[in-house]
Design a protein around this ligand. Structure first.
Ligand SMILES: Nc1ncnc2c1ncn2[C@@H]1O[C@H](COP(=O)(O)OP(=O)(O)O)[C@@H](O)[C@H]1O
Ligand SMILES: [Mg+2]
Length: 320
């Protein structure tokens, strides 16, 4: 759906973005990951033409965006700015209504859609007349998201949307983010410098450094097929946690035995990751869990079987 081809952006002598290419499929969540200054924001802003590339081209649904009016282009693209970008002198309701007013929606349509989003994002309607600085960081981020979603654009660009939040708030917003139906239908490009966040939310990740893409692939590609030491070192500190998050129970399915016990163990889907599987043992008294694949196959396993399959999987990856 989005195709970025050989784009560069030079600011004087600085090559902020240096000949990068990537594609994003419809409804996919692509993460641009990298340390500060590696060119993430510049890349994102070229996609909605807030910045014009020095060279290269970008296509959305096959159309070269250079041939479109920037205003028309941006109507199809929601944008969540770094540090939420809310207008401090507008109320919450006025902030959310910015785009609908440009689109000349009538008052009732704006009010209805705003109420719908406030509910979906777990925000009390009491806040509609508050100003952004009267809200917590997490609430401000949700309003920023509501503003980007209000006209239901097919594409969403998000620049460090959860960057300013404390860890607890961030974890709970991640959960909501993954559960929100409206977001599942969208093609999303999200910028972050946080590896855990990238692995938590990304279908695919482009790891960037000094204006270039060092690797693009799924979280497991980055973990088990890194092209060089830069990628390895980038993931080093948090490697085990990242592996638990990246590997799904489905990936190790063939390595799992079935204990054939009939007990009341909690059932989880094979589509969830290993992390979630391990959490089950923490939160329940059961010594086993059932994993269901495609709703018809079930395996009952214990903690030992799970860890053993995980280790076998990792050994196999190393030898491929
Ligand atoms: N308007 C600008 N003028 C000059 N240099 C810029 C400008 N915007 C960004 N840069 C430089 O380009 C590089 C990439 O910036 P940016 O895309 O904001 O990185 P990131 O979002 O990954 O932190 C940095 O070295 C930054 O200083
Ligand atoms: Mg940035």
């Amino acid at each position: 759906m989005i195709k970025v081809k050989d784009i560069s952006k030079h600011f004087g002598k600085v090559k902020a973005v240096d000949t990068i290419s990537f594609e994003v499929q419809e409804q996919e969540n692509l993460i641009l990951l990298g340390t500060s200054g590696c060119g993430k924001t510049t890349t994102l802003k070229m996609i909605n033409r807030l910045i014009e590339p020095t060279s290269g081209s970008i296509f959305i649904n096959g159309k070269n965006i250079a041939d479109e009016q920037p205003e028309t282009l941006r109507r199809g693209i929601g944008y969540v700015l770094q540090n939420n970008g809310l207008f401090p002198h507008y109320t919450v309701a006025e902030n959310i209504a910015v785009v609908p007013q440009l689109l000349k929606w009538d008052k009732k349509k704006i009010a209805d859609r705003t109420a719908e989003l406030m509910e979906k994002l777990h925000l009390s309607s009491d806040y509609l007349h508050a100003y952004p600085n009267e809200l917590s960081g997490g609430q401000q981020q949700r309003i920023g998201l509501a503003r980007a979603l209000v006209s239901d654009p097919p594409v969403l660009l998000m620049d460090e949307p959860f960057g300013a939040l404390d860890n607890v708030t961030r974890a709970s917003i991640h959960k909501e983010f993954k559960a929100l139906d409206e977001l599942k239908r969208k093609t999303i490009i999200m910028v972050t410098h946080d590896v855990q966040e990238a692995f938590e939310l990304g279908d695919r990740i482009c790891l960037m450094d000094k204006g270039k893409i060092i690797q693009s692939g799924t979280p497991t590609d980055l973990l088990f097929s890194p092209p060089n030491n830069f990628v390895k070192d980038f993931l080093k500190d948090q490697r085990l946690q990242l592996e638990f998050k990246a590997i799904r129970l489905l990936d190790i399915w063939d390595l799992l035995p079935d204990l054939h016990k009939t007990d009341q163990s909690p059932t989880i889907s094979a589509n969830t990751n290993l992390w979630t599987g391990l959490e089950q043992f923490k939160f329940t008294d059961s010594e086993t869990i059932s994993i269901s694949k495609d709703q018809n196959e079930i395996k009952i396993i214990g903690f030992e079987q799970l860890m053993s399959a995980f280790n076998q999987y990792k050994n196999k990856q190393g030898h491929e």
